[in-house]
Design a protein around this ligand. Structure first.
Ligand SMILES: [Zn+2]
Length: 270
């Protein structure tokens, strides 16, 4: 009996070491794939090799006409945000911002954490000199715009496995390093008013970059892409719903200038 017990202990010990080695290799493969994002597996004409986004490594994916990801509102489930600008007018009338949403938290409260809307690889962008854009003068309710960060201020682009990019703009500061693998819900930055922002808010959009491969998109990650309509999940009136950006209508109202009580409000999803 004692012998059997000893054998079991040894087997358990060896198995545990094996698991530790396996998990180390998995981790190293994931990190290595970020350093070398080139996909080498053959894909048919209708699919593109994408890497670095999940534990699956390189996979062939069909790039959809519209993102097939349901993005999650990049805020906490406890934090209420008010939409202060939706699609197609003013600063959201250009190709690179047409379907963007401006989302602001209560400016009497501390700035909110901003979270990744889906799994992907995060690329960070600061001011032209590589330093953080400073918060401009003014208040969270009404701030001075600046040209820092090519008008976007401190911002993050996350490349997702369906070839689309989520774009997080006007951040106070960033919580991830360049080329980090992020998962949906991970904290990536803090809401701010850097760049051309009239009040503290997140300018959020999903973009399509020109090109037909992961390499094309990584090469052009700093480009302004085409803002596309997309679906996102958020809580509204206590219920989790899926929204289409093109159906969100909020007047362009600086939160400190007009009363935003009529504007759509959301919370994140746990
Ligand atoms: Zn905006």
């Amino acid at each position: 009996m004692l012998k059997i017990k000893n054998v079991l202990i040894v087997v358990t010990f060896v198995f545990a070491i094996g698991c530790a080695v396996l998990s180390k290799e998995t981790k190293e493969r994931k990190l290595a794939s970020v350093e070398n994002p080139l996909c080498e597996i053959p894909c048919t004409n209708n699919t593109v090799c994408m890497n670095t986004f999940t534990d699956k490594g390189a996979i062939c994916v069909a790039i959809p006409q519209r993102p097939n990801t349901v993005f999650s509102l990049p805020f906490d489930s406890e934090t209420e945000v008010v939409c202060t600008h939706s699609s197609g007018s003013g600063s959201h009338s250009g190709v690179n911002a047409f379907y963007a949403l401006d989302l602001a938290t209560d400016y009497n409260k501390p700035a909110s954490i901003i979270r990744a809307a889906a799994d992907g690889v995060a690329y960070v962008f600061l001011g032209e000199d590589g330093n953080l854009c400073p918060e401009p003068s003014g208040t969270p309710a009404r701030s001075e715009s600046s040209s820092c960060g090519l008008l976007w201020g401190n911002h993050i682009r996350i490349l997702h496995s369906d070839g689309y990019i989520s774009f997080y703009v006007h951040l106070d500061h960033l919580l991830v390093k360049n080329r980090s693998i992020v998962h949906k819900g991970d904290p990536i930055g803090v809401e701010g008013m850097t760049g051309a922002a009239g009040h503290r808010h997140l300018h959020w959009s999903i973009q399509k970059l020109p090109g037909n491969s992961q390499k094309d998109w990584e090469d052009r990650i700093s480009w302004d892409g085409e803002s596309v309509p997309f679906n996102f999940e958020a809580t509204q009136n206590g219920k989790i719903k899926i929204f289409e950006t093109e159906s969100i209508a909020c007047a362009h109202a600086g939160i400190g200038i007009a009363n935003p009580s009529e504007q759509p409000r959301f919370k994140g999803v746990k």
